[in-house]
Design a protein around this ligand. Structure first.
Ligand SMILES: Cc1cc2nc3c(=O)[nH]c(=O)nc-3n(C[C@H](O)[C@H](O)[C@H](O)COP(=O)(O)O)c2cc1C
Length: 343
């Protein structure tokens, strides 16, 4: 059987295969209350029906000003729990596990009614506002907000949590010399991330794995180097991150010269090897043979897909047929598949 369809286990998390729906902001909370609605339910449950092993719910913000837009998901109030719970329960019905990517946008808060706050008063680009630099108490308050978000996610029934430490959002802002010029204790690049890790872990069952997304490179010579990023990941791992999800960029208005299938894979493979931790690979991996080869070569443990799953919510079945695997669809859909693919 293809490795893509082998089960994966990490602490108490048991996945039926190694396919993850990558977190994707939908900007679709129309009444601005942060709670998921019917759109989110269809969006996530349909990928569970489509056969993914793990659904990672999009960037979900721990305080209202931590949103990119007022249409983002949020997890700052107990009133938001039931709406998440409904979706999580439905995803479970179709055999997938669920995580929520918890986050804070920091200086990238963009809607005019939101107030960007950040480690330092440095804007992302000229198109963005200059954020307010937080004082030490405000930083501690956000660490507590991450913990409260984790508590709510656990109450809603998640199987895992992912910290968004990539793409130029708050945790990443603290990690980078491009955005953190503080001279207090929070100026140390891993200090905020470690505080958040410790805080969320205190709200998670000890058997629940914690994942963290990081940007391997900032595409800016003034940013951190990959070697520095590996050392930061090592610190985060020591404080309790069980698995890394390796992406890139987002903290400088620079785009890579070239992107191509699997462009993040070597970074994740290096982290996997140096730290001895499982990693998630992401980035144009929707060619089933490429996804399978990344796993077979031991470069990653899970394959995450974003745009590929927007185009084809049934991608796991497409991949199963391409790799001669077993299709995993609800009985109602059996007539669409040849017997040999139904196992
Ligand atoms: C519509 C859309 C929304 C996204 N939102 C998020 C997000 O909420 N959190 C995140 O870490 N990455 C986000 N991403 C990045 C994806 O998770 C993924 O890393 C990226 O698209 C590369 O994977 P792909 O080539 O399979 O699309 C988003 C991507 C898309 C296309």
């Amino acid at each position: 059987m293809a490795l893509l369809f082998e089960p994966f286990e990490l602490k108490a998390l048991q996945l039926k295969n190694r396919i993850m729906m990558s977190p994707m902001c939908q900007y679709s909370v129309w009444d601005e209350d942060g709670a998921p609605n019917a759109w989110h339910e269809v969006h996530y449950v349909s990928r569970a029906v489509g056969g993914v092993g793990l659904v990672m719910i999009e960037m979900t913000d721990v305080v209202p000003d931590g949103r990119i837009t007022v249409n983002d998901l949020g997890i700052w109030s107990d009133q938001q729990i039931p709406a998440f719970q409904r979706i999580i329960d439905q995803v479970h019905v179709y055999g997938a596990k669920v995580g929520i990517q918890i986050a804070h946008a920091g200086r990238k808060a963009d809607s005019p009614s939101l107030y960007p706050e950040a480690p330092s008063a440095i804007r992302f680009s000229e198109q963005y506002r200059v954020p307010r630099a937080m004082n030490g108490d405000e930083v501690k308050g956000l660490v507590d907000a991450f913990a409260a978000g984790a508590r709510r996610a656990v109450a809603a029934g998640v199987d895992t949590l992912e910290l968004h430490g990539a793409h130029g959002y708050l945790i990443h802002q603290f990690m980078s010399p491009l955005s953190n010029h503080r001279d207090d204790e929070w100026g140390e690049p891993t200090r905020f991330g470690v505080a958040v890790i410790q805080a969320v872990k205190s709200e998670m069952p000890s058997t629940m794995p914690l994942m963290m997304r990081l940007s391997a490179t900032e595409y800016d010579p003034q940013g951190y180097s990959f070697e520095q990023l590996v050392e930061m990941a090592r610190v985060f791992h020591r404080h309790g991150v069980d698995m890394f999800d390796i992406s890139s960029g987002g903290n400088a208005p620079v785009v890579p010269d070239r992107i191509y299938p699997g462009y993040h894979v070597p970074y994740g493979a290096k982290i996997r090897e140096s730290l001895g931790v499982p990693v998630i690979a992401v980035g144009i991996l929707e060619d089933p043979s490429l996804a399978e080869s990344v796993l077979q070569q031991g470069q990653a443990d899970i394959i995450a897909l974003a745009r590929g799953l927007l185009r084809d919510p049934y991608w796991p079945n497409t991949a199963a047929m391409a790799l001669d695997g077993t299709v995993q669809v609800p009985k109602q859909y059996y007539r669409a598949f040849k017997k040999r693919f139904l196992g």
